[in-house]
Design a protein around this ligand. Structure first.
Ligand SMILES: [Zn+2]
Length: 403
């Protein structure tokens, strides 16, 4: 029995060796897969300062013969033998960015396997050096602003910044470049008309693309405004009941606005002043007027009510995107336009809508509807509201000043 097994065992070993040698030779001549190299410690289009500690890693299906690295076309020394002869390896490398100019650089990694075909990979990676010390300053450090007005905060930096945030009264406002390649960053801070008149600290923190940061401290002084008191606002008895039948609750509108503020374009969609959306015959209720009604109690009217002929055309006050076009219990037929960076205008009590749809981009002066008295209204008027990060501010300030 044993004798019978001895011969086949040798045969198996021999066959195995022949097969192994054969397949190795076959592989050597036929392997035509480009080597797979992984570069870590440095990212495509990344920004770097100081010393970059990188690593070239391979887990290739064929032995790698040689790895070479080039920085801006010039070979750099790698800490590895000339002939590698392995499928798996780690080759660390260092790039001292202090010896490089600020700006774009190209790292190239070339790997050649040891097969007959000498398959070659070439990975190109663009990265940026930023060894410029970060500098930034307020264009204006102290702001004096009325209740219900808007602070236009502007910060000049010496280079493009990754993240600029302003903090005011527990809220954080993201600042964006004034235009595409600008190093001037801005944001709009609304001062609620019910915010107490006082001095407040404003802080701004900037982080550049290599994580240097600067903190600036400024001041916002809120001036008191003597808002007028409204007398005798009454609405016809059955009107709200009728509206309830055909309208959505204003909670739905508020929730939608809250969501839209988060999604507001990061780019300013407007240029120049805002326009009053209808010819101004008379202001029925100014911004901030203190109103007491049986339905809503005491509240401040955080918009302007403009009178004109019934069914006159209402125009978009600035360029932007239609985000709401619907009927709500209090605001009636309502259109909201997003002007970017958290600035939204609302047009309420419309008789009907112009030929617009949610998602449409409109220009300043495009018709959006006609003057009406739908919703919680006791006569034909336009309730025009401007919200900055969902806080209603005086829209007339935006028609007099360029933000
Ligand atoms: Zn109103």
């Amino acid at each position: 029995m044993l004798k019978r097994f001895k011969i086949p065992f040798i045969v198996i070993i021999t066959l195995f060796v022949i097969f192994w040698v054969g397949s190795s030779i076959f592989n050597y001549f036929t392997h035509n897969v480009i080597p797979e190299i992984i570069i870590t410690g440095i990212e495509r289009e990344g920004f770097y300062s100081g010393v970059i500690q990188g690593n070239i890693k391979s887990n290739n299906s064929y032995k790698i013969a040689q790895v070479r690295a080039f920085l801006d076309g010039e070979e750099i020394n790698l800490d590895c033998p000339r002939q590698i002869g392995n499928k798996k390896f780690n080759i660390p490398f260092k790039i001292d960015t202090n010896n490089l100019l600020n700006g774009l650089h190209i790292l190239e990694i070339e790997a050649i396997d040891s097969s007959y075909n000498q398959n070659k990979s070439n990975d190109k990676l663009e990265f940026f050096v930023d060894n410029i010390p970060l500098k930034a300053t307020f264009l204006q450090q102290e702001y004096r602003v009325d209740q219900g007005h808007t602070v236009h905060l502007r910060i000049q930096a010496n280079k493009k910044i990754a993240d600029v945030n302003a903090r005011f009264l527990e809220k954080i406002y993201s600042c964006y470049p004034e235009s595409e390649n600008s190093k001037l960053y801005e944001c709009f801070i609304p001062i609620d008309c019910e915010q107490n008149a006082d001095e407040y600290i404003l802080t701004v923190e900037l982080f550049d693309k290599v994580k240097n940061n600067i903190k600036l401290t400024g001041k916002i002084i809120v001036n008191a405004v003597n808002f007028p008191r409204q007398k005798g606002f009454k609405i016809a008895k059955g009107k709200l009941e009728e509206e309830k039948e055909i309208s959505m609750s204003n909670k739905i509108l508020e929730d939608a606005l809250e969501k839209w503020i988060q999604d507001s374009s990061r780019k300013k969609l407007w240029r120049g002043k805002f326009e009053i959306p209808i010819e101004l015959q008379r202001v029925a209720t100014p911004f901030g007027e203190i109103r007491t009604t049986s339905e809503k109690g005491r509240y401040l009217h955080k918009a302007v009510d403009i009178l004109n002929h019934p069914k006159s055309v209402v125009w978009a006050s600035q360029d932007g995107k239609i985000i709401i076009k619907d009927r709500f219990l209090l605001t009636g037929n309502t259109v909201a336009i997003d002007h970017g960076v958290g600035v939204i205008t609302l047009y309420c009590h419309l008789e009907d809508f112009a030929d617009i749809e949610v998602g449409d981009f409109v220009k300043k002066g495009n018709p959006i509807g006609r003057l009406g008295m739908t919703g919680y209204a006791n006569g034909y008027h336009l309730h025009w509201e401007l919200r900055v990060n969902n806080v209603s501010v005086d829209p007339f300030e935006w028609t007099k000043k360029v933000f």
